[in-house]
Design a protein around this ligand. Structure first.
Ligand code: GUN
Ligand code: ZN
Length: 433
């Protein structure tokens, strides 16, 4: 059948590589046109150059005046069942898990509950400008079925997995090493690379998995190339002490995961706040990634992630919300907090780096940059339309800015999901304010 061409006219921003402050790696069109062919990027350029082309192709043209088109944001660590516990008062990690989070996750034994939660979560992600995420479900396989079914219907690219947890948690939230292994393999068979869905093997964290369960997690990764791994690492000092008690023979926290073959370029470790020199080095040597979750780290009082040290070691760092310990599903809000955490660690996060991070940077960290992250021809057209005039204070401040990077910095400091006007998935409008 004939190719369908669609075109969008607006200011357009994306990144061709990791940018520097001089603007290399930044591609910006004040009056740009993005032409899609069957939901994939066909061409990007100045409207002067491309409008004749739009006419020749017979493309429909949608104009967004005073708006900014960017690639959809990517969130590398988020718990969809924890939308139910955002903003629970007063606890740090271990009490927060026991008192709020585990009880909430029990509800996902019911498929209907999971279906409704997955739909709400995905709508809220899109409303915040996020089009792809790496997602924790619960221990229940039906929570994963619910999530992938909802994502498949939206045609979003999502990486998700069943939590593995066979000790130190309420009985109702425990699997066994064997059942967790079998259920994970079934979910991989059913969902990995089905449409845009991808599977991530998900041992929650070392305290809630027996050595046997983590050994089998390593076997799942070895047996299923291309499948991801996610877990939590070195978030909270009480957690660290607990891990030392449970694994006295390992030289450090990361070593527990290392011994079971859980490190590598498709592995994403949440947090990594209290790491030793040796752990940084091992993360770098294995190409393992860290998900930096600033709103969560501040909310739970976990600590200030050391971005400068991560960079010195060449460790891949992605940016994530970690809802429900995180307090917003919107990555603009997450950037605002990331900037402040970096300030306290002696590093100023430049707005070009910041927006690169949310798009091509996170795509690379999740090895998805072959299909998403920028508007290179052939990539899938997941994009957002931002409009600062929807928030009077942002509008007022943006008007005063002389440069693009200053405007972007105001958007990440004052902005939130009110700036997101439309979200497109593979060229189809999936959300509109
Ligand atoms: N460590 C183990 N489980 C969790 C979780 O659900 N959230 C956070 N922030 N840390 C964890
Ligand atoms: Zn988490």
């Amino acid at each position: 059948s004939a190719t369908t061409f669609t075109a969008y006219r607006s200011s357009i921003l994306h990144f061709t590589e990791s940018p520097n402050a001089q603007g290399e790696g930044v591609e910006y069109f004040q009056d740009g046109v993005l032409i899609l062919a069957d939901g994939k990027v066909h061409q990007l350029g100045n409207s002067q150059d491309l409008l004749p082309q739009v006419a020749d192709l017979g493309a429909s043209l949608v104009e967004f005046p005073d708006s900014l088109i960017m690639p959809g944001f990517i969130d590398s660590h988020v718990h969809y069942p924890q939308v139910d516990v955002i903003g629970c008062f007063g606890e740090q990690l271990l009490d927060w898990l026991n008192n709020y989070t585990f009880p909430a996750e029990m509800r996902f034994a019911q498929r209907e509950y999971a279906d409704a939660a997955a739909a709400l979560f995905l709508q809220q992600l899109l409303a915040g400008g996020t089009t792809t995420a790496m997602v924790y479900c619960t221990v229940h396989p039906q929570s994963v079925e619910a999530f992938f079914t909802a994502s498949q219907a939206l045609n979003t690219c999502m990486i998700a997995g069943k939590v593995l947890m066979d000790r130190n948690a309420p009985q109702a939230l425990q699997d066994t090493a064997q059942s967790g292994y079998e259920q994970s393999q079934q979910l991989i068979d059913g969902w990995h690379n089905q449409g845009r869905q991808k599977y991530v093997v998900t041992p929650r964290f070392a305290p809630t998995s027996t050595p046997e369960q983590m050994r089998l997690a390593g076997k799942l990764l070895a047996d299923n190339p291309g499948v991801y791994m996610q877990t939590h690492l070195s978030e909270n000092t009480a957690e660290l002490a607990w891990v030392r008690d449970l694994f006295p023979d390992n030289k450090h926290y990361l070593d527990v995961y290392d011994k079971f073959g859980l490190l590598g370029p498709t592995s994403v470790f949440g947090h990594g706040i209290h790491l030793s020199e040796e752990e940084w080095q091992r993360l770098a040597d294995t190409g393992s990634g860290i998900a930096f979750c600033p709103t969560s780290n501040l909310f739970l009082g976990s600590g200030l992630f050391d971005l400068a040290t991560a960079r010195q070691h060449g460790v891949s760092v992605s940016l994530a919300t970690d809802v429900g310990a995180g307090t917003s599903l919107c990555q603009l809000v997450t950037l605002n907090e990331a900037y402040k955490v970096a300030q306290l660690r002696g590093l100023a996060l430049h707005p070009y780096e910041a927006f690169y991070w949310l798009t091509l940077g996170n795509a690379k960290a999740l090895m998805l940059d072959d299909t998403i992250g920028n508007f290179e021809a052939g990539k899938t057209a997941d994009f957002i339309v931002l409009n600062s005039s929807s928030v009077p204070l942002v509008d007022y401040r943006v008007q005063q800015c002389k440069t693009l990077w200053e405007k972007l910095f105001v958007m990440m400091t004052l902005g939130d999901d009110r700036l997101i006007q439309h979200t497109y998935i593979a060229g189809q409008q999936a959300y509109s304010a």
